[in-house]
Design a protein around this ligand. Structure first.
Ligand SMILES: *[C@@H]1O[C@H](CO)[C@@H](O)[C@H](O)[C@H]1NC(C)=O
Ligand SMILES: *[C@@H]1O[C@H](CO)[C@@H](O)[C@H](O)[C@H]1NC(C)=O
Ligand SMILES: *[C@@H]1O[C@H](CO)[C@@H](O)[C@H](O)[C@H]1NC(C)=O
Ligand SMILES: *[C@@H]1O[C@H](CO)[C@@H](O)[C@H](O)[C@H]1NC(C)=O
Ligand SMILES: *[C@@H]1O[C@H](CO)[C@@H](O)[C@H](O)[C@H]1NC(C)=O
Ligand SMILES: *[C@@H]1O[C@H](CO)[C@@H](O)[C@H](O)[C@H]1NC(C)=O
Ligand SMILES: *[C@@H]1O[C@H](CO)[C@@H](O)[C@H](O)[C@H]1NC(C)=O
Ligand SMILES: *[C@@H]1O[C@H](CO)[C@@H](O)[C@H](O)[C@H]1NC(C)=O
Ligand SMILES: *[C@@H]1O[C@H](CO)[C@@H](O)[C@H](O)[C@H]1NC(C)=O
Ligand SMILES: *[C@@H]1O[C@H](CO)[C@@H](O)[C@H](O)[C@H]1NC(C)=O
Ligand SMILES: *[C@@H]1O[C@H](CO)[C@@H](O)[C@H](O)[C@H]1NC(C)=O
Ligand SMILES: *[C@@H]1O[C@H](CO)[C@@H](O)[C@H](O)[C@H]1NC(C)=O
Length: 710
């Protein structure tokens, strides 16, 4: 056969050689692939609109067993077609179903579209079919239960655009099925009752990220070797079916983000569970005392449910636990009753937003592998223990709103940690004084520090100047006084600064106009937080520091003087709030060059002069207010500014424009005395707008997350 695959073979000779090949094949049937198989493959090739060079290898007249991506059996029949990640476009030809010895077909990771030919799913030879990560559409056909048993073992159709109801009888004839992954499509209807009686070998059923609805049907009870059941991010409702708890082979049960309700009572029968994820449902009742039977459990996710009561003391018998996520439930009771010291493998403990009482249990500080600890929004009290210093791997610590006292002691203790990168301790230490002396030291690796809403008095403390890795600093809603310190410029990577709603005085320091992160497009490192940080509303979350906007918020203080001309240098800012101060002078022209701004608030100051027309260059601006100043002249009637409502402008008696009471050209236009009711809501409006901004970040990060860690 060598001469036929000669590299110098002329294309025009192909028909001739093709004929010769047929003759040769007839003469020696076992030395080359069958003509019929070859033509099936070429049919497949012809259906591709983009073959990424495959045609150079797949030439008529050559041995198809030597074609790229093709493997044959010793008797020269095609057994494997492996063309994953080849950049193939077009549709999948049903002719592939004519390859009667084909065992494995892998077309994953291409740009294939159209439907999945039923000939392939119901093939009497294919055992492994992987068409995941394509753009396939349409539905899956129902096969009558009278169809003879099919050999398919692995079916991966995940990450496509399939729609419609999921077949049910089809699975009855798939008696050998081991793995079915249909995740990340748009299937609707009930999830199938997997007849494990007919497919006793069923091990993996993955249906996450679809639009399945209704109850989880009875019938899984006979799946005696099922290890993984995942149907998260669907629209499932009702209770967990009783017979599910009979599937003791289950190691991974994942049903997050559905509408499941009822108690968890049967769960501890699943003694082989390693991962249990029932987060973001409507489950209620208690965690049963028998949870301690789940000796292999490594991850327990019950977040965002309605589960209540105390944590059962038997939980400490689950010594393999690595992650405990119980945030946003109704748990109560003294956490100190639980002795955490046996949970030596614990890395993440998240109890955010429950009703736990008492002090923070000292035994937590025995969990020396902890990387993330979040106890925020509970009813704890007391002071932080020095023993937290034992947690040498702790990177994420969130202790917001747990009635902590003694901010000086707290900061002295935490400063010693070299591992902490994210520290959230707002809504504590009410009316204490911010320690200013240099007795606070350390925090070598801190990137995020939030001490908001503590009514702290004192000044912005000097020890902050040593936190050279700080990217985000939030000190809003305190009673800090004094000026914005000039040493702020030593925070070279700071890009999110919120000191709003304090009593800061003096001018806006010019050093702020030199902050490198606001002047350049440089972003924070794209490193995931150990736990997502929630903002405003629990559906919005930040997964990494770089998802935060570049923000400067000096609003609601007593700052005086002019807005520096050099503000035009901060080209990378997306949010600038100088509202509710005592700033005077004109709106500086260079502010109009901050073209990334989405929020600009200069309201409630003493600004004078006219509105620079070039503000219209701020095309991304979605929140804008210059209300309650002394501005004059006409509001531009065209461009970005004209899209904002009157509330963005009102309270400037000498301004005129179509959206406010004062219309231009009418000499009679009196002073604007009516303050719009919308004015009260301006904080709210900004909060909402910020929300919208955050969502973008969240979506982006979730995409990243799904791609890399899904
Ligand atoms: C070739 O071998 C396969 C198994 O490897 C078998 O299923 C098929 O029937 C054989 N075909 C021919 C033509 O002998
Ligand atoms: C298909 O090929 C891709 C890329 O090589 C691989 O990751 C995947 O595991 C293969 N699918 C099966 C079912 O083996
Ligand atoms: C090959 O498959 C196609 C489509 O399934 C079918 O129409 C055709 O009859 C088959 N050809 C042979 C030779 O089996
Ligand atoms: C599709 O699923 C199978 C079975 O789980 C797996 O072996 C294969 O790697 C998956 N394909 C891709 C591209 O991940
Ligand atoms: C199913 O496929 C998706 C990708 O589409 C993948 O993320 C997931 O891990 C797979 N599930 C299993 C159990 O292999
Ligand atoms: C389990 O299989 C048995 C037969 O082996 C059958 O009688 C029973 O109804 C099945 N149970 C479920 C829940 O499907
Ligand atoms: C989700 O299910 C409920 C009933 O359980 C139904 O009313 C609703 O339309 C479904 N939503 C979607 C998006 O399918
Ligand atoms: C669970 O299994 C037990 C014993 O194997 C059986 O008695 C019971 O009926 C099963 N429950 C369900 C709901 O299938
Ligand atoms: C932990 O398990 C042991 C043995 O199984 C049992 O004796 C003990 O009571 C359990 N501890 C708790 C707190 O449930
Ligand atoms: C605050 O904490 C520090 C360090 O733990 C301690 O030395 C000091 O006594 C505490 N102050 C008060 C008032 O409790
Ligand atoms: C800043 O760090 C240096 C050494 O890195 C140290 O000498 C100095 O005391 C620290 N200053 C403050 C205010 O903590
Ligand atoms: C600003 O200073 C005035 C007194 O000059 C005071 O009444 C007001 O509360 C201060 N505002 C803020 C936000 O600190």
């Amino acid at each position: 056969m060598q001469p036929l695959s000669h590299p110098h073979m002329n294309r025009f000779c192909i028909p001739f050689f093709g004929l010769a090949l047929v003759l040769l094949v007839l003469a020696s049937p076992t030395s080359s692939c069958m003509e019929q198989e070859k033509s099936s493959l070429l049919q497949f090739l012809h259906r591709l609109s983009r073959d990424s060079g495959l045609a150079a290898s797949w030439r008529r007249g050559t041995d198809c067993c030597r074609w790229e991506g093709i493997t044959c059996s010793p008797n020269r029949t095609v057994t494997d077609v492996s063309l994953a990640y080849r950049g193939l476009e077009g549709s999948i030809s049903p002719f592939l179903g004519n390859l009667t010895s084909l065992l494995r077909l892998n077309l994953s990771g291409n740009l294939l579209s159209g439907g999945l030919p039923p000939e392939l799913v119901q093939s009497s030879s294919i055992t492994v079919l992987d068409v995941s990560f394509n753009r396939l559409t349409g539905g899956l056909n129902e096969l009558p239960s009278s169809t003879p048993a099919r050999p398919l073992q692995i079916l991966n159709i995940s990450s496509n655009l399939f729609t419609g109801r999921f077949p049910s009888t089809t699975w009855e004839v798939m008696k050998s099925l081991v793995v079915l992954n249909a995740s990340t499509n748009s299937f609707t209807g009930q999830i199938p009752t997997m007849p494990c009686v007919s497919a006793p070998s069923f091990v993996v059923l993955e249906l996450s990220f679809n639009q399945f609805s209704g109850n989880i049907p009875q019938g899984l009870g006979n799946c005696s070797v099922l290890k993984l059941l995942a149907a998260g991010y669907n629209n499932l409702s009702g209770t967990l079916p009783e017979d599910l708890f009979n599937v003791t082979s289950l190691e991974h049960l994942s049903l997050p983000s559905n509408w499941l309700e009822g108690p968890l009572s049967g769960i501890s029968k699943l003694t082989n569970l390693v991962i249990l994820d029932l987060g973001r449902n409507e489950l209620s009742g208690n965690i049963p005392e028998s949870i301690g039977d789940l000796q292999r459990l490594e991850e327990l996710h019950l977040d965002h449910n309605n589960i209540s009561g105390e944590l059962p003391s038997s939980l400490i018998n689950c010594t393999n636990l690595i992650i405990i996520d119980l945030k946003n439930n109704n748990f109560s009771g003294e956490l100190t009753k639980l002795n955490f010291s046996s949970l030596a493998n614990l890395k993440k403990l998240d109890l955010l937003n429950n009703r736990f009482t008492g002090t923070i249990p000292e035994s937590i500080y025995s969990c020396s592998r902890l990387t993330a600890l979040r106890l925020s929004h509970n009813k704890f009290h007391g002071q932080l223990s020095e023993r937290i210093g034992n947690l040498k791997s702790l990177s994420f610590l969130s202790l917001v709103n747990i009635s902590l006292t003694n901010i000086t002691g707290t900061l002295q203790i935490l400063g010693k940690s070299r591992s902490i990168t994210t520290l959230l301790i707002g809504i504590n230490f009410m009316h204490e004084t911010m320690p200013e002396d240099d007795s606070i030291d350390g925090f070598d690796n801190l990137q995020v520090l939030s001490m908001n809403d503590c009514s702290l008095s004192g000044k912005i403390p000097h020890w902050l100047s040593n936190l050279t890795n700080l990217g985000l600093l939030v000190l809003c809603n305190n009673q800090l006084n004094g000026p914005i310190p000039v040493w702020i410029s030593s925070l070279k990577v700071l890009f999110y600064l919120d000191v709003s709603n304090n009593s800061l005085i003096g001018e806006i320091p010019t050093v702020l106009m030199e902050m490198p992160m606001w002047k350049s497009d440089k972003t924070a490192p794209k490193v995931f937080f150990e736990l997502p940080i929630y903002a405003f509303d629990p559906s919005l979350q930040y997964l990494m520091l770089s998802a935060y906007p570049k923000l400067l918020n000096l609003g609601i203080n007593n700052l005086t003087g002019l807005i520096p001309e050099k503000i035009g240098q901060l080209k990378a800012l997306t949010s600038l709030n100088l509202g509710s101060n005592k700033l005077a002078g004109e709106i500086p022209g260079p502010i109009c060059t901050l073209t990334d701004l989405q929020l600009l608030d200069l309201s409630n100051n003493h600004l004078t002069g006219t509105i620079p027309a070039a503000l219209n260059n701020l095309h991304f601006l979605s929140n804008f207010s210059i209300s309650n100043n002394d501005l004059e002249g006409p509001i531009p009637t065209m461009g970005q500014l004209s899209t904002f409502p009157g509330s963005s402008f009102e309270g400037n008696p000498k301004l005129c424009g179509p959206m406010i009471v004062n219309h231009c050209g009418s000499t009679e236009a009196g002073p604007v005395s009516i303050v719009s009711t919308k004015d009260i809501g301006i904080e709210v409006i900004f909060a909402i707008a910020f929300g919208a901004f955050f969502v973008v970040g969240v979506l982006y990060d979730q995409i990243v997350l799904t791609k890399h860690f899904g």
